[in-house]
Design a protein around this ligand. Structure first.
Ligand SMILES: C[S@@+](CC[C@H](N)C(=O)[O-])C[C@H]1O[C@@H](n2cnc3c(N)ncnc32)[C@H](O)[C@@H]1O
Length: 232
């Protein structure tokens, strides 16, 4: 864990996981309100922590995304959406690779930092502060959607709405690349097995490719992920 974490502060992934687990188990009359506040936590996190101390921020584009583009399984042409773009590191890579790129995140602080980084990098990107559950894109707007750590933070009750939104704005025959926590990190509501991912997504997308990988994250810990390439 980097020295920039306040003394005695546990990694906020753990904080978030525990909070979300409590919400998932909470009585139904408070669940909807709690779900909204769960997503609001992200703004607090970005305000509280410096960019370099965020576990998911590698300071460079995700190798799994770079490899996908290099493999030519996805051609960097047309419009790309980086859903839950955070500080925009992957968003900038998508723009540099050749996409006309949009980044969306619920945290206005994250989006402000992402905009500043894009300006510094000299790339033209449309950044939006919006919920991944409630965006105003046109139907069939995108040729590629990248999701690094977005779906796995969507609470189970909201997953159908999230998937419906992704499908609606992705053109037919185009790709959604979804990277989420694997159950090899241990048991949690948002750690998925291969079977669970297939159960959730196969009614809506064709499975093109799936890989399991480990990654040394920004907090110095190894975490395990599934990267799943889906086609609408
Ligand atoms: C683990 S971070 C990943 C950020 C970025 N994709 C990356 O890889 O650097 C998860 C991101 O999802 C955003 N997020 C969480 N729930 C969201 C929602 N409902 N709508 C939009 N963004 C959301 C958070 O603000 C945060 O930036």
């Amino acid at each position: 864990m980097p020295s920039s974490w306040p003394t005695g502060q546990v990694c906020h992934w753990k904080e978030l996981r525990e909070a979300a687990a409590a919400i998932v188990c909470s009585p139904s009359e408070t669940a909807a309100r709690d779900r909204v506040s769960q997503y609001d936590k992200w703004e607090e996190i970005y305000k509280k922590y410096r960019s370099e101390s965020l576990p998911w921020e590698l300071g460079e584009p995700r190798p799994v995304l770079v490899e996908l583009i290099k493999s030519q399984k996805v051609t960097p042409k047309g419009k790309a959406l980086d859903i839950c773009c955070g500080l925009g590191t992957n968003t900038i890579y998508l723009a540099q690779a050749g996409f006309e790129t949009t980044g969306l995140d619920i945290s206005k602080t994250a989006v402000a930092r992402a905009k500043a980084k894009a300006l510094q990098a000299g790339v033209d990107i449309r950044f939006l502060v919006s919920s991944a559950l409630d965006f105003a894109f046109k139907t069939d707007e995108f040729d590629f959607i990248f999701d690094m750590g977005c779906f796995h933070h969507i609470l189970p009750a909201d997953r159908p709405r999230f998937i419906h939104g992704i499908r609606r704005v992705l053109k037919e025959g185009r790709h959604y690349f979804m990277v989420c926590f694997s159950d090899r990190n241990g048991s949690a509501w948002n750690h998925f097995s291969k079977g669970e991912i297939l159960n959730i997504f196969s009614p809506h997308f064709d499975l093109m490719d799936m890989q399991h990988f480990s990654s040394l994250e920004g907090d110095g810990r190894i975490r395990f992920f599934y990267a799943t390439l889906l086609r609408r």
